[in-house]
Design a protein around this ligand. Structure first.
Ligand SMILES: Nc1ncnc2c1ncn2[C@@H]1O[C@H](COP(=O)(O)OP(=O)(O)O)[C@@H](O)[C@H]1O
Ligand SMILES: [Mg+2]
Length: 344
């Protein structure tokens, strides 16, 4: 299975003498079977990059190789063939044809490639079965939920069994239950050896990733330095119901996680001591804090963004983090100079 190798890639839009540099000298290597989530705010160049990977847009400079294919150097016919046979794109706005049924929508790329109608139909049926829409094949997009439409779009993108799957904001406008279905589907695709690139600004997708690539907004700084805090007994780090964007590692001392029961009483859910972490659910899922975090003694913690936290933990997958909530930070992190200087 081919790897994706992006080198020194620059993509610009020109209008008149005004130039927008959407992607600036990007290097990225993605192994086959890997699922990469490209994370970044609106306007940072995600759609632009996917368009180049899909062979729809030409870069200014740099190269994109997928296996033996130098995508950035392909000429007309080879490019058309690459777009048809190698890449499957799931567009942001589904792009389903409203007058066609789900089954017909999935058949479109097959019939366009002159697959025999009977074969095209059989293939579309099996793809819709795969995305669990067997009972919705005769429905038009207008009669399907957002999550179902998105699954039809994924089935259509898989029509030619592409080895590279690109998904642009696949969860826009979907609720959490629908997002889960899409995540599971994309995950399965990667597990079966395809290379999957998902562009999103939706942090709910982070648990899905083998790797997260953060694209910086053009002309702005995304890096957020870790927040070190030294607390005394009774000091609160965050309160139940707050919005939360940091995950905390306790270096020494103890943090109690307390749930307010509504009648004024409290229940201690957990006590987090040195070497453990807490507060991962709110930033990863975009939920409010479900507990209040409060120090019970002199305590030192550091708050990290989810991306920095993964680095700090030696990059476990987000799935492991959520399941194994009392996993220890890596030895390196525990004995880092940050810890020593904070503790002393
Ligand atoms: N067709 C275009 N012409 C000119 N500028 C564009 C065009 N498409 C996108 N851009 C600009 O390129 C930058 C990246 O856009 P885009 O790739 O759509 O970002 P994202 O998908 O991350 O929201 C933005 O500044 C956007 O305004
Ligand atoms: Mg976009």
């Amino acid at each position: 299975m081919p790897d994706l190798d992006i080198r020194d890639l620059t993509i610009e839009y020109k209008s008149g003498d005004y130039v927008v540099r959407a992607i600036d000298r990007l290097d990225l290597f993605v192994s086959s079977g890997e699922l990469v989530v490209m994370l970044g705010p609106s306007g940072c160049g995600k759609t632009t990059l996917l368009s180049v990977l899909a062979g729809i847009l030409k870069p200014q400079s740099g190269s994109v190789r997928f296996g033996d294919t130098d995508v950035s150097a392909l000429k007309e016919r080879a490019l058309t063939e690459y777009r048809r046979a190698t890449v499957g794109v799931v567009f942001q706005a589904f792009n389903l044809i409203p007058s066609l049924t789900a089954l017909e929508n999935v058949q479109v790329p097959l019939l366009a490639a002159k697959t025999r109608p009977k074969e095209a139909r059989a293939r579309a049926v099996s793809l819709l079965h795969r995305v669990e829409l067997s009972d919705r094949m005769a429905h038009k997009p207008g009669k399907l939920s957002g999550g179902q439409q998105q699954r039809v779009a994924i089935a259509r993108a898989l029509a030619h069994d592409p080895t590279l799957v690109l998904a642009d904001e696949p969860t826009a406008h979907l609720d959490y239950i629908q997002v889960e279905g899409i995540l599971r589907l994309l995950r399965e695709l990667a597990n079966s050896g395809r290379t999957i690139i998902v562009a999103t600004h939706d942090e709910r997708l982070l648990p899905l990733a083998d790797r997260i690539v953060e694209l910086a907004p053009r002309g702005a700084v995304t890096a957020r330095p870790p927040e070190h805090q030294v607390l005394g007994a009774g000091n609160v780090i965050f309160r139940q119901g707050d919005a939360g964007d940091l995950i905390y590692i306790v270096w020494r001392g103890e943090i109690e996680l307390v749930r307010n029961l509504g009648d004024g009483s409290e229940q201690v859910i957990d006590r987090v001591t040195g070497g453990r972490y807490f507060g991962e659910l709110a930033p990863i899922f975009g939920l409010p804090r479900s507990v209040t975090a409060r120090a019970t003694m002199d305590t030192v913690v550091t708050g990290y963004t989810p991306t920095d936290f993964r680095k700090q933990m030696g990059s476990p997958s987000m799935a492991d983090m959520i399941v194994g909530a009392d996993m220890q930070p890596s030895g390196e992190a525990l004995h880092s100079s940050t810890l020593t200087s904070q503790a002393d």
